[in-house]
Design a protein around this ligand. Structure first.
Ligand code: DQA
Length: 147
């Protein structure tokens, strides 16, 4: 059975209660369950990990890189939260491994504050899904798993 990683960065553990006008009412658990259901249709397992710590996210990407090399992991669906706009270290981590990373943002960052318009992740991502709400996660999974 194949596997993919759904990786969420800082403050995404607060989904459901955090700025619902921006991010909706679903909790992270709801989103992760939806991801598992979609991936199961493709006989794929989902590993979910959320951290508020940059280094832990870097470690998770490195691990996915090793698993990709071993044929155990098909890709990463990654919402880096605010680290999107600040983290050269996450950019380098993705660049340093071969695993395809799909960058997901729940809100349309381009319609928000200018500091959210730049992403350090987009240049090293295989693709980006922005502003489609939590539907972006299953869409990214389908992209990774559909032939
Ligand atoms: C976000 C957008 C980021 O700008 C913000 O810092 C987040 C969430 C999104 O999913 O829309 O934490 O990545």
């Amino acid at each position: 059975m194949t596997k993919l990683l759904v990786l969420n960065g800082p403050n995404l553990n607060l989904l459901g209660t955090r700025e619902p006008g921006q991010y909706g009412h679903e909790t992270l658990k709801d989103v992760e369950e939806k991801c598992r259901q979609v991936a199961a249709q493709f006989d794929c397992e989902v590993e979910c990990f959320q951290s508020n710590t940059e280094g832990h996210l870097i470690d998770a990407i490195h691990k996915a890189g090793v698993e990709f090399k071993n044929g155990e992991c098909v890709g990463v669906v990654f919402n880096p939260g605010a680290y999107t706009h600040t983290s050269i270290a996450l950019h380098d981590a993705i660049k340093g491994v071969d695993v395809p990373v799909i960058e997901v943002h729940i809100s349309n960052v381009h319609a928000r504050e200018t500091f959210r318009h730049h992403s350090y992740i987009s240049p090293v991502a295989a693709g980006t899904i922005i502003g489609m709400g939590t539907k972006g996660y299953p869409l990214a999974i389908k992209y990774l798993l559909e032939d």
